[in-house]
Design a protein around this ligand. Sequence first.
Ligand code: GDP
Ligand code: MG
Length: 780
Amino acid sequence: MNLNELKIGQSALIKTVGGDGALRQHFLDMGVIPGAVVTMVKLAPLGDPMELRIHGYELTLRLADAEKIEIDTNIPEKKAVQAKPKKHIEHPGLGENGRFHDKTKETPLAAGEVLTFALVGNQNSGKTTLFNRLTGSNQHVGNFPGVTVERKDGEIKGYPNTLVTDLPGIYSMSPYSREELISRDFVLQQKPKAIINIIDASNIERNMYLTMQLLEMNIPMVVALNMMDEVRGNGGYIDINQMESMLGVPVVPISAAKNEGIDELIRHAVHIAHYQEYPLRQDFCDENDHGGAVHRCLHAVSHLIDDHARAAGIPVRFAASKVIEGDSLILEQLNLDKNETETLEHISLQLEKERGLDRSAAIAEMRFDFIQKICNLCVIKPKESKEHIRSSKIDRVLTGKYTAIPMFIIIMFTVFVLTFNVFGPFFQGLLESAVDALKNLTDSILTRRDANPVFHGLIIDGVFEGVGSVLSFLPIIVILFLFLSLLEDSGYIARVAFFMDKTLRRIGLSGRSIVPLLIGFGCTVPAIMSTRTLPSERDRRMTILLTPFMSCSAKLPIYGFFVNAFFPGMGGPVITLLYIIGILDGIIVALIYKKTLFKGEPVPFVMELPNYRLPSLSNVVQLMWEKSKDFLQRAFSVIFVATIVVWFLKSFDINLRLTDDSSHSMLAMLSGLIAPLFRPLGLGDWRICTALISGFMAKESVVSVLGVLYGGGVEQYMTALSAAVLLVFSLLYTPCVAAIASVKRELGAGWAVSVVVWQCAVAWAAAFIVRLIGILLGLA
Ligand code: GDP
Ligand code: MG
């Protein structure tokens, strides 16, 4: 029987895990290994993917992938072994100045040397919360070398000469996702002085899988057991002393959210980094486990590759387990000769034969075996945590068969109304009046000082108009991000990805792309930024290229303007129709991409569904601050320059003389040059072209430019048909400069230019079709 046939509520034992390559390794790393018990929780409302419970957490999986996993519904009775609070075990005192610290062997770093730390942990383990606690406001954001994945560094509060780097949340050190590779390269190449490994103590089995691999890297490490407040609150217990002695590294119970244990964690981290206290243990295979096949294989391979690993600067034990798993990147770096490669293969084959499992599964099982030993000895789990019960109750509605999609629509609608109609305009108004006041003040100062009129015009009509109008979007963007981060941190977005996966797969994306696409209805800029969370490069690129098709809120003024002038009383239907045209176009383009540029499958949908949690206030504030900074930087670089250029073209004629009549300006001339392109659409007037060009700066300005150039009476110059054509063109053409700048930042200049050209082509084609239909209907 296969996993996809499991009935809701039924449990089974995993027998074999099929498939191959990185995906299979990812399954194994997530705990889907032979011998593990799975329980079917539910199917997504559309029937795919499925939600499972395994190793005490919720995992989603597509049915097609589940089909490759063989199960057995006969689960052999296993005596539940549970740790009992035992007689007192002496505290090993690792990472302390205690009496167990062997002072004769210590080799402390020089006093002034910077202690660099890598903060590593699973997604949703509380990494961001801990990082904010450790660093406070001493953080700086950059990119990892060579990739545009955000990198956050910061100094630990009160400890100058320290630097913590927040690595992307990962489940394993296999090169499955970009994040995993980045984290691995960071640890291997940047060689941090120590690792802070954060573990969600309420989900210890899965979280420790990463710990096992980090210990193999032979770098001083401290384990931070997070969420201890929840463990305690549910009557659970963890024997820290025992765990510390089994792992051979200091273990510190903390609660990042409640700010408990952080000082102790810092003291231990600084101590092990300064004294370079290596993990006492890297060897988790045992000669008595299943006849010791894995143990013998790992040690044989360790000896075999020892010299190569040293030469390549890769920790030997880590290299050994990776080459047995068949990690091609590590194999390449080791540069084994033919004989050694063959020997490696022989040893691995012997392992498979003796163990009765394939090599990757055998290694993964060995790690989970050791984790099980730790749990049996150190962890008393509560029956079922309050958080999990609460989450299941919430999920009955939010991912329920009949309620999921209606609730999703209600939640998104509420978020958009609150952002665009309630809070956004309020703060926007405040900011606009502040900018206006500053502008008037500057204006009067310049007038009083009798400033050069050209300079005066540049400052007031150029900088203040241009940058000011963009600046007024800051509140909307920050508020939209606030809501979306609340949805994300609480765990809801993961559910949306879960029940939208099937729909998005049809157009070649996975459920995870839903987030950027939704944000795109608000603003393309944050939408593009949010694609960074997508696990595959292919999906990320494709999603970035599709977000501009989601009609952004800055286009609403254009719709409003033309509906008033040409389709009075039909605002609702016309605007809804436009949104639908945008989405349909997006779907068509996605289907084209799927067949051409982005062949292949969307990422497999193997994802954790974390318990719902109340997001922490400090995280939210920190995020809003970052987004604002980001946006302001852009407003004062790209947009600032672009504004000045447009102002210049509008104010001067070809002989560089200041002109009052803008139809003589360079802008009018340039617009005249492109006017022939728009003639087939019936939009050959230079003023319309100018308006559309100015829309490139910010979509709202299409309306204001038309207003100025036509002096208000647009109805005399255009027909209803040309208005409809213009609406469709505005809906689809090039997103604004800020959005293009984001595309450039994420994908590079080449893609940014292609987006401009491609969107214009699509818009032109769609507008032309509308005009043709209009002519056929005799509306011209
Ligand atoms: P990340 O994905 O690893 O960066 O995790 P976050 O820092 O975003 O935390 C995920 C969720 O867990 C958030 O809602 C946090 O508020 C919450 N959280 C983090 N640390 C703790 C903790 O110690 N106790 C509890 N109860 N919740 C926590
Ligand atoms: Mg985070």
